[in-house]
Design a protein around this ligand. Structure first.
Ligand code: SAM
Length: 249
């Protein structure tokens, strides 16, 4: 297996592929004033196995297109939505988020939890804006500094991983400069990282290594994730995922 295949293998059969929670998905949804006289069209971009997609389908009157690059995650989402009787509300689409086949002004809501970094925040919000109706909502979570300065260790780690990491006020400025008005911001609580993401991942390490014959590459994947978890334990006060909810002007 390649490293990418191993990463997918590690994240398979898990509730979520990134930090988040049902409570916070609902919190982001609550700040939107949504019309209730018609069915809404929603895109969930980088949906993974659909932790948040299911919550959206259960709480929005409308149709959700859930997009991810990897069929492994979409298959899991399809199984879940079938079991929950949500098959009619959730359609999956295997596509890259930088090459989406949508018409302009097609969606009432574009949702993306922990995934826009794959194309970059500014690039993503610019590209996806075309697909949103005027007055439609964008809800994205994105790694964000919580303080204006921080220890060098953690600054270096995240700047190297994702150079666009910034404080919320600068991210909000990027939204405003690109034709959105902010309607809400909060950042994910620590439980959403630790209880919902890191602990379940740690619990999968042993089986993951076993089924991949303790290969050097599989060990490397575990080591890298362990290093990230360790840094989070040490520096969690300095960063989180910011949840940005904005409206297209
Ligand atoms: C950190 S995970 C977040 C998944 C999910 N939203 C959640 O919060 O559990 C990022 C997701 O983006 C997907 N992804 C990565 N690159 C992508 C791309 N170019 N187009 C679409 N999805 C992509 C990954 O497969 C993964 O499911």
């Amino acid at each position: 297996m390649t490293e990418l295949e191993l990463i997918i293998d590690l994240h398979k059969n898990s509730e979520r592929q990134g930090p988040g929670s049902e409570k916070e998905t609902l919190k982001a949804l609550e700040v939107m004033s949504l019309p209730n006289d018609r069915k809404l069209k929603v895109a969930d971009i980088g949906c993974g196995s659909g932790g948040q997609t299911i919550t959206l389908a259960q709480n929005i009157n409308g149709q959700i297109t859930a997009i991810d690059l990897f069929p492994e995650f979409l298959d899991e989402l399809n199984d879940k939505s079938e079991k929950l009787g949500l098959k009619e509300k959730i359609k999956t689409l295997e596509k890259s988020m930088d090459d989406l086949p949508f018409n302009n002004e097609n969606f009432d809501i574009i949702w993306s939890e922990g995934a826009i970094y794959n194309v970059g925040f500014e690039n993503g919000i610019k590209k996806w804006k075309d697909y949103l109706k005027v007055g439609g909502y964008l809800a994205v979570s994105e790694i964000t500094w919580l303080t204006n300065s921080r220890p060098k260790d953690i600054e270096d780690f995240w700047t190297q991983e994702y150079p666009e990491i910034d404080i919320a006020s600068n991210k909000i400025k990027v939204l405003e400069n690109n034709g959105y008005s902010l309607v809400g911001y909060f950042y994910l609580r620590q439980d959403s990282w630790i209880e919902n993401y890191y602990k379940p991942m740690e619990a999968r390490f042993e089986n993951f290594l076993e089924r991949n014959n303790n290969s050097e590459l599989a060990k490397k994947v575990v080591e890298e994730n362990n290093a990230e978890i360790e840094l989070h334990r040490k520096y969690k006060e300095y960063y989180s995922y910011g949840f940005y909810i904005a409206r297209k002007n």
